[in-house]
Design a binder for this molecule. Structure first.
Ligand code: ADP
Ligand code: MG
Length: 302
């Protein structure tokens, strides 16, 4: 079976329905993004999976073969707002966390060294955490979540609050981790989801409104916007573009032509053929917007 199946999860806080009838599976070895605007229920979902809060109804089934005796060893969790002991060094912190996770002192030291290497903090291991940048702190937080080598890594908005450099560091680390781990992470930033995840769960107002691989989600909508520009405006260009089978909408904004097309591969081929036949002087050919962006914007704007 999948590593985990969430079945009809619902979570109600007093009179707030934070999560309503949410179901999904996490396959072994996948990196899955829980994508949604603020308040859509991401943290609530992750906290239920990590065992911090109980669903009001519904259940979570884990792959029995992967389950460890102590459930806490099954998941590693990075909260949205992690708290560090800032007076400790990075290495001291990981040794401390290791001992909390019931490792012996020697094991904890060994594990701390391995993790510092993995998250690329070896050089600053003796520096106090208070001196760390945002990206370093998040990487230390990820190391902390990995201390007991969990089967499932849950990260709540690991890159969202960081500056571009920190964000890059964390996304690169996630790309490394996903080679041999199952990761579920939340984000409200579409680009972060697109960049590292194999699959997306799109959450809005407590419901999953779409789920699947990036490719599947794009083909659900089945449209892509292309942006074209020419050094000289060709004659009858609009009519000629509209004749192309895979193009079903043409808009002009300043010098750019925005084409809505059904299937990117076919559209590209058909368009370039026409450009070649008509000898148009093409200066720009870009995929301007994916349908996932449209989908996400609709969800956020509601
Ligand atoms: P996200 O992580 O996507 O921003 P949350 O899971 O934190 O969303 O919150 C989902 C909804 O549940 C929001 O409306 C939020 O205000 C509400 N909520 C979250 N935690 C609590 C709580 N402890 N008590 C009451 N309402 C809560
Ligand atoms: Mg949250």
């Amino acid at each position: 079976m999948a590593l985990l199946d969430a079945n009809h999860l619902t979570k109600t806080y007093k009179n707030v329905n934070a999560i309503q009838d949410v179901s999904f599976s996490l396959e072994h070895g996948k990196c899955v993004a829980l994508l949604g605007p603020n308040g859509s229920g991401k943290t609530t979902t992750l906290r239920m999976l990590a065992g911090f809060i109980k669903p009001t109804s519904g259940d979570i089934a884990f792959d029995q073969d992967s389950l460890t005796k102590d459930f806490r060893n099954f998941v590693g969790y990075l909260p949205q707002f992690p708290v560090f002991h800032n007076w400790m060094t990075g290495k001291e912190f990981l040794i401390y966390v290791g001992q909390l996770a019931k490792l012996s002192k020697d094991e904890a030291i060994k594990r701390a060294d391995e993790l510092l290497e993995l998250v690329n903090l070896k050089e600053v291991r003796k520096l106090k955490i208070s001196k760390y940048s945002g990206g370093m702190k998040q990487r230390l937080g990820i190391a902390q979540a990995l201390i007991h080598a969990p089967k499932l890594i849950i990260l709540d908005e690991p890159a969202s609050a960081l500056d571009p450099i920190g964000r890059r560091e964390v996304l690169n680390l996630m790309r490394e981790l996903k080679k041999d781990a199952t990761i579920l992470f939340s984000t409200h930033i579409l680009n972060d989801a697109e960049e590292v995840s194999d699959e997306i769960l799109l959450l809005n107002e407590g419901h999953i409104i779409e789920q699947g691989s990036m490719h599947e989600l794009e083909s659900v909508q089945n449209t892509v916007t292309l942006k074209l520009a020419f050094s000289e405006e060709p004659k009858f260009i609009e009519d000629r573009l509209k004749e192309i089978e895979s193009v079903f909408k043409v808009n002009q904004i300043d010098k750019d032509y925005l084409l809505t097309v059904h299937d990117l591969q076919t559209a590209r081929k058909q368009l370039l053929e026409v450009v070649y036949q008509e000898n148009w002087q093409l200066t720009k050919f870009e995929v301007a917007k994916t349908s996932l962006e449209d989908l996400f914007m609709k969800a956020v704007k509601k």
